[in-house]
Design a protein. Structure first.
Length: 174
């Protein structure tokens, strides 16, 4: 891991999932998650690297998935979920700044863009990826994202891209 990385920001739809929503006739939304991605995320958490899920989505699928792994309780000061985020780089700046509520700022701590690894797949990830110390995307990300990513996974979103990037980060620590 690059020594200065403190936080991994992860987009959800198209990065941690394949971007496909399933909706039942009674309106229940489901998404598929890849188990190895969460095993790799836990390795980061055990190494005291915080993980921030950041998504424009309004559903609670990621929170429910984290509950099944007991992540939210086990890593309560290291794992955060931010839903309904439209302009991600502005929100990250908000988290870094004095405007964030004390309860968030106290848990998140001070951090700078050069301490962030960021993985996304779509246009709303572009600015954050450009500002981060290292950026990555799945191989099926949008073309402008692939062009600027420091690391392009060999895997598609929801099919091990996150685990692949985390392995890349951890290998660079040697």
């Amino acid at each position: 891991m690059r020594k200065n990385i403190k936080i991994l920001f992860l987009d959800i739809d198209g990065t941690l999932t394949d971007g496909i929503y399933s909706v039942s006739s009674n309106g229940i939304i489901t998404k598929n998650f890849y188990t190895r991605d969460f095993c790799a995320i836990e390795r980061l958490l055990k190494n005291r690297i915080k993980v921030f899920f950041i998504t424009s989505s309004e559903d609670k699928c990621i929170a429910e998935k984290c509950k099944t792994n007991n992540f939210l309780r086990k890593y309560e000061n290291q794992l955060f979920i931010f839903n309904k985020v439209r302009i991600k780089e502005e929100y990250i700046n908000y988290l870094r700044g004095k405007l964030a509520p004390n309860n968030i700022r106290n848990n998140v701590g001070d951090f700078h863009w050069h301490e962030i690894a960021y993985m996304g797949d779509a246009q709303n990830d572009l600015a954050s990826m450009k500002l981060s110390a290292i950026s990555a995307c799945p191989c099926d990300a949008e073309k402008p994202i692939i062009k600027i990513a420091d690391y392009v996974s060999l895997y598609k979103g929801g099919h091990g891209a996150v685990a692949d990037f985390i392995e890349h980060l951890l290998e660079n620590d040697k």
